[in-house]
Design a protein around this ligand. Sequence first.
Ligand SMILES: [Zn+2]
Length: 496
Amino acid sequence: MQAWATSVLVENGIVAAVDPTSSAIPTHCDEVDLCGGCLIPGLIDAHLHLTLGSASLCELDLSHCASRGVFEARVATRHAQLPQGEWLLANSWNEADWKGHAPGGEWLASAQDRPAVAWRMDRHACVLNRAALAHIHLPAAIDGGRIERDAQGRPTGLLQEAAAWQLVVPKVPPLSRERARGALLQGAQMLREHGLTAVGSMEYLRDLVDVHDALRDQLPLRVHATVLDRDWPIDDALQAAKDFATSDRLRIIGMKAFVDGTLGSRTAAMLEPYCDDPTNAGLLVELAAAGKLNAWLELVRNAGLSPSMHAIGDRAARIALDAADLARKRLPETTAADAPRFEHMQSLHPVDAARMRGRFASMQPLHKADDARGAITRLGTARLPRFFPFRALLEAGATLAFGSDWPIVSPDPLRGMRAAITGLDLDGRPFATEQNLSVEEVLWGYTRDAARMLSLPSGVIAPSYAADFTLLGEDPFAWNWQDGTPKILATFVDGV
Ligand SMILES: [Zn+2]
């Protein structure tokens, strides 16, 4: 199968012919000049957070702060701009950027008495100032989470995993419905300008109902959503997911569960401890911590939906595979619609890589480029062959579907392609390049194979498929990816 076309005939949003002969072209036909560009199947992001990412466009960006001082200075500027009473929300800090400037003192003190919350770039940890802490009742401990305390036992303001999600998220005032809808359209349009024609989005039901539903005819790309609601029991959420209307641009395809945390926060569940924290092997969270993952997976599959499991550490990946194998024994998978999706798979034991044959690995090449910078310290050299095993998974017969996890990292699919093709980390150094993939392999991961995993009508340029295309300014097969990325000239959805 060819991953590009030089001309294509589209009728009613569907591909009618590829490279049609002139006699096959109707006389009244609108023509679009491709300007010498390279037409590929519409790019797809298999895993991002559209509502969260769009809302984050309204938050303060704390990425690339060179020190804690710069961090606080940016917070002070934002504080001066915000109306009284509004919470200060920020994102994308990464302590790796502070280089030796150890955290200490009150977090976000420059927001003064305004409640302020700043999320780490992986959204698996956040810091709060004293004014925000005053809104939250902190228990002594929380399952699947951590509350950092100082020597006197006082909370420092740093909360991780379940402590951040369960204690902080419900207390942060949400955007008004109107602002959230405006942000969503802005976010979706921005994605489309990056060449994306469809996304697999992780969403809470209340956002799908309050924000997405009213916009379903205005969405500039296809949104195939996976529901994040996972409070046990899940019967109500399952029913609501099944009842949610299905249309051309918006539908629910599955439910999501978290097995562990992240490598960056050393909360990913590992078979052996972290090299730089020898008493810590990460942790299982939520349903996996409560021993309910198997039951959850079976319920989701029985409902005809696709279970999606966040598994970053090699122990988490093994637990997710065990659950999927168990459910498959009782209920064989017939189509992609109810097949499990393994999200992230950032560290995988070779034995488990072989078990991924015929399964979907939903991975994010830019996470590799980002996590590469701390991988040796955290995992040590012996475990590096398990780190983002793109090639090992392909050779084992797994299907790779690529995405970004935006807003955790940039949603630019071409930057993700570059990371998977070159193995360059975010500092521009090659890392674990034995897992590099060819341009064609990567392209299918962002098109055909992502479409299969998300049950999209697009993904290849062939008759009867949706006319979703991305027009690149340069030929990706001839492009030198070491130098940068090709340009996006146009994005077509339903032929428009
Ligand atoms: Zn995610």
